[in-house]
Design a protein around this ligand. Structure first.
Ligand code: APR
Length: 314
């Protein structure tokens, strides 16, 4: 407690993230800000009316475009932008979302120069790269949330197919946060510390990996827009790791400087998250097949990053 968090974008993901932070009392103050007149105010008023029902004391504030109200935030979560529609990839959002992210990051830093910034807007790896370049912030203070969500989906699919309690499953997804770029690390997934390959055959595990990779797209086609409960909760989970200095290992999209053989890119790797944001990148040994997948994933993310130059935003 005693901390301030701003969530930019009061849409599905941002409002869910703010709601989880408020109800769990992760921060003492949560500011939700949106460009659309009245939206953040309305959602916060609605949330406030659950305070006596759910018994929370978080000070929650909704504002339209007034960044002075976000001043002095310890953590800022950026979800502003357009979500994908059925049939769209996350990468197709780049043109619109790059412009939004640029102006939002500049506004945020004007009032909260010391904040740790978490990017959620898609295509997340490229938006994190853009935000990192334009902000000039050190890599521990600006990173993307994708791995927390993808790993959570991976663990859910694993628990279903193993008929196991999902809290007894460990699993990580690294690489890009895209349907074809993410890498659910089967080699590291365990049930009660025992490799999942002891409990499921190769074909079953292949299906778990495939389901995880299109986890977001499956929801987009069911919902008509992209998902929000798990993305919002995953954002709040990362904020909590920072504010409570939990030092949790959370696959996060971080600027790499030689780690995993990569430079000048932001991509998902296992990271220790604590009060300083990304406190450490864990370089874990990977089998050759997963190493190769990581290199391919980085190539694909780099191609999307190149679009930033084509549209003249970097
Ligand atoms: N400043 C603040 N808010 C903005 C801005 C801006 N410049 N531009 C757009 N927004 C707001 C919109 O008004 C909208 O309320 O961002 C919000 C986005 O909400 P949704 O359309 O509901 O989208 P959501 O599903 O929350 O997804 C947001 O997260 O997971 C990603 O792919 C997803 O990029 C998308 C982002």
């Amino acid at each position: 407690m005693g901390n301030k968090v701003t969530v930019v974008g009061a849409g599905n993901v941002g409002a869910t993230c703010a709601n989880v932070l408020a109800v769990r009392e992760t921060a003492s103050e949560v500011v939700l800000i949106d460009i659309k007149e009245g939206l953040a105010e309305g959602k916060i008023l609605d949330m406030y009316q659950t305070a006596t029902l759910l018994d929370f004391d978080t000070n929650i504030v909704g504002v339209t475009n007034d960044y002075s109200k976000t001043a002095g935030s310890d953590v800022v979560v950026i979800t502003s932008g357009v979500p994908r529609k059925p049939g769209m990839t996350r990468e197709e959002l780049i043109g619109v979302n790059a412009g939004i992210v640029k102006s939002v990051v500049e506004n945020v830093l004007k009032y909260s120069p010391d904040a740790i910034i978490i990017m959620i807007s898609n295509p997340m790896d490229t938006m994190t790269y853009l935000a990192s370049k334009i902000s000039g912030l050190p890599k521990n203070k600006i990173f993307g949330m994708g791995g927390a969500l993808d790993s959570s989906r991976f663990k859910c699919y694993l628990s279903k197919s193993l008929e196991a309690n999902s809290n007894e499953i460990e699993g990580m997804v690294i690489g890009g946060h895209g349907d074809t770029t993410m890498i659910p690390l089967v080699s590291k997934a365990t049930y009660k510390g025992i490799p999942v390959s002891e409990f499921a055959d190769e074909e079953t595990l292949k299906k778990v990996v495939a389901d995880t990779m299109v986890g977001g797209a499956t929801l987009t086609s069911l919902l008509g827009t992209s998902a929000w409960y798990a993305p919002g909760a995953a954002g709040a989970y990362v904020v909590e790791a920072i504010l409570k200095d939990q030092k949790k290992v959370i696959p996060s999209c971080v600027a790499l400087d030689g780690e995993y053989g990569q430079k000048d890119i932001c991509i998902g790797v296992p990271a220790v998250i604590g009060k300083n944001g990304v406190e450490k990148i864990l370089e874990i040994p990977l089998p050759d097949e997963e190493k190769e997948l990581f290199a391919k994933s980085a190539d694909a993310v780099r191609k999307t990053n190149d679009v930033l130059k084509e549209i003249d935003i970097l």
